[in-house]
Design a protein around this ligand. Structure first.
Ligand SMILES: [Fe+2]
Length: 502
């Protein structure tokens, strides 16, 4: 079966030379439903692979207001549902309020990250000017996908099988007016989802919990010294780790309504360790070397210490937001190129007894988007799967696996002209070891002008894919992904034997 579910009208001007709308980033207009009875499969889809791989994408539909930034595009989810050695592929736009309004208007109504000053109407996110594109993060909780924009979205729910947009969460969306930021984390055992947001107004951050029955059970202010630009949080079994990093909009310029993202190397990074159900009064702040962090791999408790692994940017590259001019594309690319930022795997340890932080470099190769198995989130773990970057670009050239116990690494590179996205770890049915299963990633092949979903052996990624599913057309490159285990598709009912004891 191969059906076109819907086709949208792309209105990007033919002369638009923005490189983030061409080549690997060329937007798609068609939404498909197709299965492996029709799609080409190279190799064999494992029969013990059961669940749904979902990847989010900024897939721009309209000519933008101001310069298009690759984080502005309309959210489109790509999902591959694996079961019994077969797979079904779907891609769908996230039909947010903003997306539907622009569909009705036939043009952009909100500007993007590069031009919030051009907003003619109230928008969403920490800045309050952008369309809620819901194109950054995606995760499954209580049997529904949640798709959000990084600066804070309404929590857009989608059916994980059909990808039908169900709307902002009906139980709690109205109780979190500052929205849901990427990223949020689900405890695999309790089914609780921990999240944060970071408005430009006091208290500058909120922290909350949605329980396994999809009820908001906790929502507290976290006071920061001013507006910040955090991107991730970490969880352990008993704590949540929040970020206050010295990379934020220049406060003086912000008072004038200008947003100039700056890095302040003389300020330490601060990490707030808060008991899972605690608040501002119980948070303990740990200082560490100045840095910015986009993504962490995992956190866990180790005696008196909290361990946090992630990718550190000791000196993030800073270019002014709002700059207009021909070389603006080069400025965007320079900022996104992780080789400019030297983003590397790093370990922080926060000692709850002494209040001290210790740090350890894990690797000096540039990697980012570190992920571990859902079953090990918040627990001691061994393997992180990161992406490798093409130097000088915002393109992902391969995967690197870290064995954090032995220090050994393993890699798989896609080859020239082939670009991936965030991988996901899909443990096989009945898995005992952490890496007993598969790594799944979506790749755009510019040589063959097609996109593929690769299934690799998680214990031996260097061997290359055990199965490759060729998608109906080449799809715009995207970033974050999630894996929904077969037993979580209808709710937080993961088999307890799959979750390791902490
Ligand atoms: Fe992210």
């Amino acid at each position: 079966m191969l059906e076109v579910f819907n086709t949208v009208q792309l209105t990007i001007a033919p002369g638009n030379d923005n490189p983030f709308l061409h080549g690997p980033f060329e937007p798609n207009a068609r939404e498909y439903t197709a299965d492996t009875d029709t799609l080409k499969v190279i190799g064999e889809i494992p029969k013990d692979l059961h669940g749904i791989f979902v990847r989010n994408t900024h897939n721009q539909v309209h000519e933008s207001i101001g310069v298009y930034h690759p984080f502005d595009g309309d959210g489109m989810l790509h999902a591959v549902h694996f079961e019994n050695g077969r797979a079904t592929y779907r891609n769908r736009f996230v039909r947010t309020t903003g997306f539907l309004a622009e569909q009705a208007a036939g043009r952009s109504l909100w500007p993007g990250l590069m031009a919030p000053q051009l907003a003619a109407r109230r928008g969403w996110g920490a800045i309050g000017a952008m369309k809620d594109n819901a194109g950054t993060d995606v995760l499954c909780h209580t049997g529904k996908l949640i798709s959000v924009m990084s600066q804070g979205s309404e929590p857009w729910r989608l059916d994980p099988i059909t990808l039908e947009t169900l709307g902002p969460d009906q139980n709690w969306a109205r109780k979190v007016p500052d929205g849901l930021s990427s990223h949020f984390k689900v405890d695999p055992e309790t089914g609780e989802m921990m999240f944060f947001n970071y408005p430009e107004h006091w208290p500058y951050m909120h922290y909350g919990i949605i329980d396994r029955n999809n009820q908001l059970t906790h929502y507290v202010p976290i006071e920061l010294p001013g507006p910040r630009w955090p991107h991730d949080l970490g969880i352990t079994r008993n704590y949540t780790i929040l970020h206050d990093l010295p990379h934020f909009f220049d406060p003086e310029a912000l008072k004038r309504g200008e947003r100039k993202l700056g890095f302040y190397p003389d300020m330490p990074a601060r990490f707030g360790v808060v008991p899972r159900h605690g608040g501002n009064d119980q948070i303990r702040w740990f200082e560490a070397s100045s840095c910015f962090i986009l993504h962490i791999s995992n956190c866990y408790e180790d005696g008196d210490e909290i361990v946090m692994d992630g990718c550190i940017m000791p000196k993030p590259f800073v270019a002014p937001v709002g700059y207009e001019g021909k070389d603006i594309y080069e400025r965007i690319r320079s900022r996104l190129d992780k080789h400019n930022n030297k983003t590397m795997m790093h370990r922080w340890r926060f000692n709850l007894k002494t209040g001290k932080t210790s740090e350890q470099y894990i690797d000096d190769e540039v990697t980012e988007f570190p992920v571990c198995s859902n079953d090990y989130v918040g627990r001691p773990y061994r393997y992180s799967y990161n992406i490798l970057y093409k130097k000088g670009d915002w393109l992902f050239s391969g995967l690197k696996r870290y064995d954090l116990l032995t220090g050994q690494t393993m890699r798989y590179e896609y080859g020239e002209g082939r670009y991936g996205s965030e991988p996901q770890v899909a443990r096989r049915i009945g898995a005992k070891a952490e890496d007993d299963g598969y790594v799944i990633v979506m790749v755009a092949d510019m040589n063959a002008n097609r996109s593929e979903v690769l299934v690799l052996d998680a214990a031996n990624i260097s061997a290359g894919p055990v199965a490759t599913i060729v998608l109906p057309e080449r799809m715009c490159c995207g970033t974050h992904a999630c894996w929904v285990e077969g037993d979580r598709i209808h709710g937080e009912a993961r088999a307890l034997e799959a979750i390791p004891a902490a």
